[in-house]
Design a protein around this ligand. Structure first.
Ligand SMILES: C[S@@+](CC[C@H](N)C(=O)[O-])C[C@H]1O[C@@H](n2cnc3c(N)ncnc32)[C@H](O)[C@@H]1O
Length: 272
């Protein structure tokens, strides 16, 4: 990274970025979901990932469905503003579409490190006064919290839904824990935190080294599953809503408890 504030703007992005030849985690995920905002290097990486983790596409879809249910849950709880970090490339059922279909002036700020993700989100949101997309790195939470788009749209005195969905496994411990702690500390009481995360206790373990190696060649430096205890630490003092931290397809209910090839867990917590 060349910009150590953690924030860059479209048109002023990383000079060394070569979007078409180096895969990115956002575009690999888009390819897994069958989206069209990816290049051949991303599709190639997605194919290699599927060879190591055949359930990767299923996991991506299950994760996306969790995101939808978590946003609906937060809306039911009265949350009217969302900070979606590691939001990815817009695809079916984006957070602002879900939220604004129920609450037309619901506020949504998307944050992603990937310039392609942010550019597409920016296009979709051009005429949306209540939502914006910011290119930033979650390892620099002050830059996110102080960003003009965040300050303009999110009222720090009213509950916020913080979404960290399928993204923290791309951030090493030394950065991830302090950054999430700072972000959660910034939320007012009554806010919610939704996290989904790759877990390192399943059949996917066998693929761990290969997957980490694959992502090392992308825009993120790592892809590391964590144990449930390590994932729980991210919630800090926020209190997990039932049923707690469970397989991503089982939140908040359903599923038969059999993990199959599932390697992602999820939970939603409320800040007292
Ligand atoms: C697997 S996608 C998840 C997208 C979306 N949250 C979802 O669940 O559908 C992970 C996203 O995290 C983003 N990401 C990875 N590291 C990041 C960082 N340090 N700061 C911000 N975004 C990051 C990637 O660019 C990618 O778009």
């Amino acid at each position: 990274m060349t910009d150590h504030s953690g924030v860059s703007f479209l048109g002023m992005g990383n000079a060394d970025a070569d979007y078409s030849s180096r895969p990115s985690s956002a575009r690999i995920y888009d390819a897994l979901l069958g989206g069209s905002h990816n290049f051949s290097a991303d599709r190639e990486a997605a194919k290699r990932l599927l060879a190591m983790l055949p359930a990767a596409g299923e996991m991506a879809r299950a994760n996306r469905a969790f995101l939808h249910r978590a946003v609906q849950f937060m809306l039911d709880a009265g949350v009217r503003q969302f900070l979606d970090i590691g939001s990815g490339i817009p695809t079916v059922g984006n957070v602002h579409e879900i939220a604004q279909s129920r609450v037309p002036d619901a506020r949504v700020v998307y944050v992603d490190i990937d310039p392609v993700a942010v550019a597409h989100a920016g296009e979709i949101l051009r005429d949306n006064r209540h939502a914006t997309a910011v290119q930033a790195d979650m390892r620099f939470p002050e830059a996110i919290l102080g960003h003009p788009g965040v300050r303009r749209l999110l009222d720090p005195d009213r509950p916020i839904g913080l979404l960290l969905v399928a993204m923290l496994h791309f951030v090493p411990d030394d950065d991830a824990y302090p950054a999430v702690e700072r972000l959660v500390a910034s939320l007012p009481p009554g806010s919610y935190v939704a996290i989904s995360h790759g877990v390192s206790e399943t059949a996917a373990d066998a693929a761990t080294d290969g997957v980490a190696d694959l992502y090392r060649r992308t825009d993120v430096s790592t892809a590391t599953g964590r144990s449930r205890a390590q994932i729980m630490r991210f919630f800090g003092d926020a209190v997990l809503e039932p049923p707690g931290l469970v397989w991503v397809h089982e939140w908040p209910s359903g599923g038969d408890g059999a993990p199959g090839d599932m390697a992602v867990v999820a939970g939603v917590a409320r800040k007292p």
